[in-house]
Structure formats: C-alpha cells, structure tokens
Write a protein that binds this ligand. Structure first.
Ligand code: SF4
Length: 445
C-alpha cells in the first residue's frame, strides 16, 4: 500500500511519524509525499493548543469527500489528539478507520494491514501507567541529521501543559539501545544527532521528579557514551527542564565540544509568582544561576528558550520581570506563546483574565526585543571564523551552500571542490543579516 503521513506539532511527533513510516516501509509498503496518490492517510496530531487540534480536525474532516469517492481509502489518526479524544473521534469524524494513541506506535503496521483485510474500525490508546518503549528506534533513511527519542512522557505537570496527560508518565530507554541506534545512523552517514524528549535531562531518573544530586546525571552518562562514536560530529538535545542542569551535566557538556554550544533552556516566565502558578519548580534567581554556571564553563554558549505571555494573573510587573530576564540572559532565539487555556490541564480552571489585546502587545514587545538581540549578536560575529557542519545546497540560492554553526546559526557560503554534506569546515564571516551569516571557506576537512 502507498502511505501518506501528515505531521502536526513538535519534533517528537516528527520523530514518531518517521518511526511509524519506517516500520510500514519495512513491511513492504511505500511512503508517498502526495496525499492524492495514497491508499492510507495517517494524521499524526498535536494537542498542545486547542488551535492545533482544530486544524487537524478540519483537515481530516475535509477527507470525508475523498473517502466517498474512494471508499477503499484507509484514514487513521495517531498522536496526542488521538490519545486525548480517543473513541470520541469516531463520532466527530465517522469516516476514519483507526485511532492510535501515543506510545502505541509499534501497533501501526498491524492495524493498517488488518483494516485493509477486514475493514473494521480499530482503536488503541496508551495506558499512561503502563507505557512501553517499543517502536521508537526505526528510521526511514539515513541523512546527515537524525533525531533519536530517548524518553517518552513527562512527570512534571506544569499547570498549562497537556503533555503528561496525553503522553503518559516519563520513561527512559536503555543507554545501550540508544548508543546502538546512534552507531547505526552514523554508519549510514549521519553526522549530527538531536536527542529528543519532553524533559531529556531527566533521562534515566526513573520518573523521579526531584532533580538529582549535583554529582549524578544519567543524561550526562548517555552523552559521554555518544561522544565516543568517532564519526559523529555533533550532538544536540531538546528540551531540558532547567533544574536538571547540575554540576555533573554542566561539566560533561563543557568537556565535550561535540555537544553543541546552543542550549534550549525553557524559562516560561521571569516572575516568581507566575512560575509558581505554572508549577515550574525554580525561581527566576535559580534560573539565572543555572544560566550563569553554564556560561561560566562555556562563555561561547548561546541559549534559546520558551516563554508564555498572558498566563492567568500576569500583571505588567510580572511581564516586565520576564522581559528583563530575557534581555539579561541575552537569548538569541525564543519561542514566545500567548497563553490559551487548554482543557484537561490544571490552569484551565484559572480565570483567563489577561485580555487578548494585552497578550498580543506583550508578544510583540518580546518579539521586537528578540529581533534586536539577534541582529546585535550576528553583527558581533562579522569577521569571525566559524566551524560549520555542511548541510548542502542553500534553499534560496542554488549557487551557494549552507550549514550550521555549533550555536545553531545558519551560514551561507560559496562551495568549493570536494566539499560534501556532513563535512566540518571553517568559514570566515564577511556579511551578516538578522537571520543568517555569509562567508567564504577558509579551511576544509
Ligand atoms: S516539563 Fe512541563 S511544559 Fe514540559 S512537557 Fe512536561 S509538563 Fe509540559
């Protein structure tokens, strides 16, 4: 059968789609990129925002017409919305054939094949207390960049977040399995790996939400094993909850330049009152200290972050505390969200009392600050020599190539003979814009 998978939401969902597609391909099915050519349409959905659910429901609803003209078409929904709404989805979308919740990915090929034979609707959902880790390691094809999911679920229960309810309790894979998966990818040509998890830095802590003592970090142990893979040139990870950056983890990152010098450190707010209402277990001061410790060991480090504006009860003073924290740490990238209540979360019960116009205004202020910081940061890099992992031909100008620095900056350069994707080269920067750096190669691998 020809299979089309449409993915909504985060990198974890992208990864699940890839793994699901790879398992189907191993069974002899063909993955296609055009939905009109497919025998099976799979929608891997997101539940983090109401809008994301509505978008997916709209798209899947639109498939009803297609199903009328092609009744043999199999349509399925997987991912967080499938987990969240379960069997109710059959009422809302009676033309779908299956619903697969999170953590049930390994059942995808069997379910698709049995529907093709028996044409009976199927549903399988995660039991959050009995999560399994199968089906996380399959990959579609080798490329320079690959992602590996190292944990599933989350135990932190931030009050605005639906993830612990739809992805279940936190569970970590074995180090040996992850290292074997990484080795296989690297043998096939991968040079940069992104480790994924809702809270990657809690890896191996058996779901214990108390951050470990300063000298204990199973996540650091995993990183130390991965850096030993010789042909692996770079390791990134996302997202780590700030409190898990203890001395052991910071020392490991600092000692291993293969671990990229750009860390995503979600802050959410700079106001202690709001952080408490969000059930984040750190204060703004503790967050500052973590960032300062990281910078002390790695002055070349850059940070990105997540911020929510307009959380219930957020005053002008709270917002200004967030704004000054962001400017002080100097994040050069930030994902800024306007708070929207999410049914099923603890914050849903709070009065969503910040008017939409104020949320929008605060969002715009932070975006403007961010653009100014980014531009200033890039100007400082003009004239510097940057190590770049080559990606290939630039999307905007086919005569130039692009790659990324360890700080996640995109560099556009003129290619030269012998350069290939996956090489680490040195580029002298001679022009910068707010989003990219431009330069010429000064050293090849
Ligand atoms: S740490 Fe908080 S925001 Fe992140 S997935 Fe877990 S509950 Fe959601």
């Amino acid at each position: 059968m020809r299979i089309f998978i449409k993915t909504y939401g985060c990198q974890m969902n992208e990864r699940d789609s890839e793994a699901g597609g790879a398992m189907l391909a191993e069974r002899g099915h063909e993955l296609v990129t055009n939905e009109n050519e497919a025998d099976v349409l799979i929608f891997n959905t997101c539940s983090v925002r109401d809008q994301a659910e509505r978008k997916a429901i709209g798209k899947i609803g639109f498939m009803k017409k297609l199903k009328k003209t092609r009744p043999e078409l199999i349509i399925g929904v997987m991912g967080c919305m499938a987990q969240n709404r379960g069997e109710d989805l059959f009422r809302e979308l009676p033309h779908i054939d299956f619903v697969i919740g999170t953590g049930q990915l390994h059942k995808l090929p069997d379910i698709v094949e049995s529907i093709a034979e028996e044409r009976s609707a199927q549903v399988t959902l995660l039991d959050p207390d009995n999560a399994v880790l199968t089906g996380m390691g399959a990959h579609c094809q080798n490329s320079i960049f690959a992602s590996i999911a190292i944990t599933r679920g989350c135990n932190r229960f931030c009050t605005y977040c639906i993830v612990p309810y739809v992805r279940g309790r936190e569970i970590s894979r074995d180090i040996a399995d992850i290292v074997a998966e990484a080795q296989e990818l690297v043998d096939g040509g991968t040079r940069e790996i992104m480790l994924l998890g809702q809270n990657v830095a809690a890896f191996g802590l058996d779901g214990n939400i108390n951050p470990p003592p300063p000298d204990h970090s199973p996540f650091a142990e995993l990183l130390e094993e991965l850096v030993k893979i010789e042909a692996l040139k770079r390791i990134r990870f996302t997202s780590p909850y700030p409190s898990y950056f203890n001395d052991r983890l910071i020392a490991t990152i600092a000692a291993n330049p293969k671990i990229c010098r750009n860390i995503h450190l979600p802050v959410q707010s700079g106001s202690d009152r709001i952080l408490k209402a969000m059930n984040r277990n750190y204060t703004a001061e503790q967050y500052r200290n973590i960032a300062a410790k990281l910078l002390d060991k790695m002055p070349d480090l850059t940070f990105s972050t997540d911020v929510i504006v307009g959380f219930p009860g957020e005053t002008e003073e709270d917002f200004n505390a967030t704004r000054s924290l962001l400017n002080e740490i100097g994040f050069d990238n930030a994902y800024i969200f306007k708070y929207s209540p999410r049914s099923g979360t603890a914050a849903f019960k709070l009065d969503d009392d910040v008017p939409q116009a104020i949320k929008e205004e605060r969002n715009q202020i932070l975006l403007k600050d961010l653009a100014e910081r980014s531009a200033k940061f890039n100007i400082k890099l003009n004239g510097s020599v940057q190590e770049v992992l080559v990606e290939g031909v630039s999307k905007r100008n086919t005569e130039r190539w692009s790659g990324k620095t360890t700080n996640s900056k995109t560099v556009i350069f003129t290619p030269s003979d012998g350069i290939k994707p996956g090489d680490l080269i040195k580029v002298k920067i001679n022009r910068v814009t707010a989003v990219s750096l431009f330069g010429e190669i000064v050293e090849k691998e």
